[in-house]
Write a new protein. Structure first.
Length: 157
């Protein structure tokens, strides 16, 4: 991001969310808070790493992010309505004691798999399948449950 592009972000954000001077004072200036927020969103830095970079506490970084991330989202406006969505499908292993739907896995624990479909642009959970025994392949679970749910859901297409 160039300096001009960063200025294009800071100015409307200040108009949307100016410092009122009420409440506990910030340890960082408004521009530094916007910089910390954009660094958090554009890189893979943790809150702890940002706290070290800006010489503030981790709680302060968390307050800055909770304050500015929703306002930056408002600046972006509504998401475009493109029907060619990107989806993230992930299988999650859940250990359980229920023997009716479980199977033994490699580590000799009884577990089930639940697949979750998330829309990439806003990370919204779109679909979730029922629990399957661990001895099933992820592609089998996807074809029989999740793919059908996504294809038939009117709001997802």
């Amino acid at each position: 991001m160039t300096g001009a592009q960063f200025g294009e972000v800071v100015s409307p954000l200040w108009a949307l969310r100016p410092d009122t001077g009420r409440g506990h004072p910030w340890h960082l200036s408004f521009v530094d808070r916007v910089l910390a927020t954009t660094l958090y969103l554009r890189t893979n830095l943790t809150e702890r790493q940002l706290a070290v970079l800006f010489n503030i506490s981790q709680k302060q970084v968390d307050r800055v992010l909770n304050d500015l991330v929703p306002s930056l989202g408002e600046l972006l406006g509504p998401a475009r309505r493109d029907h060619r969505e990107l989806w993230i499908v992930d299988g999650t292993l859940i250990p359980t004691r229920d023997h009716t739907k479980t199977a033994m896995c490699k580590n000799y624990r009884r577990s089930v798999i639940v697949q979750v479909v998330v829309r990439r642009r806003d990370r919204r959970v779109a679909a979730m399948c029922d629990a399957w025994p661990l001895n099933r392949n992820d592609s089998v679970i996807y074809r029989t449950t999740v793919a059908l749910e996504v294809a038939q859901h009117p709001r997802l297409i």
